[in-house]
Design a protein around this ligand. Structure first.
Ligand SMILES: Nc1ncnc2c1ncn2[C@@H]1O[C@H](COP(=O)(O)OP(=O)(O)OP(=O)(O)O)[C@@H](O)[C@H]1O
Length: 231
């Protein structure tokens, strides 16, 4: 279980309180108005930004003081964190070996992850020669290979068209099922939440609310969310 225990986040005059748990293996959307603090919330979980108070707990262990690299998680942002001068296979291999000195076994694992994400045969290409969807797949292949217990996604597919985005969301679901990962995904599109996430966290008015079942929440949104959704 991932628990944010009485967490208070402040940046200048911005303030967000968070006090909830997410079950292991859950897929959760994070939605709310622009500037509400969705990315900041993910940054605190990832360790890029420290909360003013409270604890981030994974599996009963307080990880609040751990460095980002030591936390049990993978992160995907919209730019996919790909290195343009490295090949597809190297970009994926980085997930398990930052120095890229991969054993034969690890190379095989990279190849399997590439095949599973539909990138077979593109190992030697550079990210700049791939389509947007293929670049997303590279980032997903890396996450698949890392198989960390928590995946944090911050609008990773916002630049893709609707059909391709749905394909990627389904691929994340598949990867999460395979690795057992707990997934939190920020999105501005309620359709993403419906497709991908049985539960949704609403971030609005200074509070990141506990995860709630997505469909009833979107069908009957509380006022802060209704305004954002334009309902
Ligand atoms: N480095 C910073 N210093 C001070 N305030 C910041 C900093 N970065 C973000 N903020 C403020 O923190 C608040 C939350 O920002 P955040 O990016 O988390 O919102 P968001 O919900 O992810 O927005 P969006 O949907 O537009 O990406 C905003 O009011 C923003 O102005």
């Amino acid at each position: 279980m991932l628990t944010l225990d009485d967490v208070v986040i402040t940046q200048d005059d911005f303030r967000l309180t968070v006090d909830f748990s997410v079950a292991k293996g859950a897929r959760v959307a994070v939605i709310g108005p622009s500037g509400a603090g969705k990315s900041t919330l993910l940054s605190v979980i990832a360790g890029f930004f420290s909360a003013r108070s409270g604890r981030v707990v994974w599996d009963g262990r307080d990880i609040s003081k751990d460095a980002p690299g030591a936390r049990p998680l993978s992160i995907l942002f919209q730019d996919q964190n790909l290195f343009p001068h490295l090949t597809v296979a190297q970009n994926v291999g980085l997930g398990i070996r930052p120095d890229l000195k991969l054993s034969t076994q690890e190379r095989d694992a990279v190849r399997r992850a590439l095949e599973q994400t539909g990138l077979g045969g593109l190992d030697a290409r550079k990210p700049g020669t791939l389509s947007g969807g293929q670049q997303s797949r590279v980032a997903l292949a890396r996450a698949l290979l890392r198989a960390r217990p928590i995946m944090l996604l911050d609008e990773p597919f916002a630049a893709l068209g609707p059909a391709l985005k749905d394909e990627m969301l389904d691929l994340v679901t598949e990867i999460a099922a395979e690795t057992g990962a707990t997934v939190l995904m920020v999105s501005h599109d309620p359709a993403d939440a419906r497709r991908f996430a049985p539960e949704t966290i609403v971030v609005a008015d200074g509070v990141a609310h506990s995860p709630q079942p997505t469909a009833p929440l979107l069908d009957n949104p509380p006022p802060a969310l209704a305004a954002y959704l334009g309902k």
